[in-house]
Design a protein around this ligand. Structure first.
Ligand SMILES: Nc1ncnc2c1ncn2[C@@H]1O[C@H](COP(=O)(O)OP(=O)(O)OP(=O)(O)O)[C@@H](O)[C@H]1O
Length: 237
């Protein structure tokens, strides 16, 4: 389970995240949704221990990321693509992560198969398309067979088949009792994937609940968002 409690992150006078509270539960895909600049990445960066909070807490199974004993087995994350060295071969990138986290080498083959990169694993990452880099990032997140997955815009650069594949994959992952937190600015895509939705805008939570609760009385998640925020144009998405 992920618990974000009264979290704030300020950059000088900019309140990127302002008193944000939500929970992502096991067995559910939670969509963390908001337009560009809403505060999604800032929230995730604090959750993953990459930035310090200005106030509040972000907890993984009750602990801060840096206090986790075996972080890769607790939580797998995909932020900003694969995070790999372009000159390195994909398989070497994953083997290096596996080795430095005491994950058996055989698991590298497994995750490459899982994300559909087994046949191209020996290519250098710089030859990969954006979609392949996303898959490689996901493979890295899956190495430790984590109970929790945190993915920032995972379908960026994927073609329709890739998008469908990620959706099915995440739904299956959650169906096995795991926690999936999926950050996105894509409302239709999130509505197709998530069980629960947390909507953030200008650093503050606008609404949260099951998809059915949040969209009740609205034609779609999109119209719900526009009604809740008073956004008439959708120009920030
Ligand atoms: N390092 C930083 N220094 C100053 N301001 C920042 C920094 N990082 C983010 N911000 C600002 O904080 C706000 C929230 O940004 P954040 O990246 O968290 O939003 P987001 O919802 O992830 O949007 P996007 O999808 O565009 O990344 C924005 O106004 C952004 O310009």
């Amino acid at each position: 389970m992920i618990e974000v409690i009264g979290l704030s992150k300020h950059y000088r006078s900019k309140k990127a995240v302002d008193d944000v509270t939500f929970t992502a539960r096991p067995g559910r895909v939670t969509g963390f949704l908001g337009p560009n600049g809403a505060g999604k990445s800032s929230t995730l960066r604090v959750l993953l221990g990459l930035d310090a909070a200005t106030g509040g807490r972000a907890l993984i199974e009750g602990k801060r990321y840096r206090d986790l004993k075996d972080p890769l087995r607790a939580l797998g994350a995909l932020l900003d693509g694969a995070g790999s060295v372009p000159e390195r071969r994909a398989i070497d990138h994953l083997s290096w992560i596996a080795q430095s986290n005491r994950i058996p080498r055989g698991r590298v083959r497994e995750v490459l198969e899982l994300v559909g990169l087994a046949d191209t694993a020996k290519q250098r990452v710089k030859k990969y398309s954006l979609g392949m880099k996303q898959r490689l990032g996901l493979a890295g997140a899956l190495l430790g067979e984590p109970e929790i997955l945190v993915l920032d815009e995972p379908v960026n650069g994927l073609d329709p088949d890739g998008i469908r594949w990620v959706r099915t994959f995440l739904r299956d992952y959650a169906a096995r009792g795991r926690t999936v937190l999926l950050s996105s600015h894509l409302m239709t895509e999130t509505a197709d994937t998530a069980d629960d939705v947390v909507i953030i805008d200008h650093g503050r939570i606008v609404t949260q609940g099951s998809l059915a609760e949040v969209t009740a009385g609205h034609a779609s998640l999109e119209t719900a968002f526009f009604a809740l925020t008073g956004d008439r144009t959708g120009s920030r998405w």
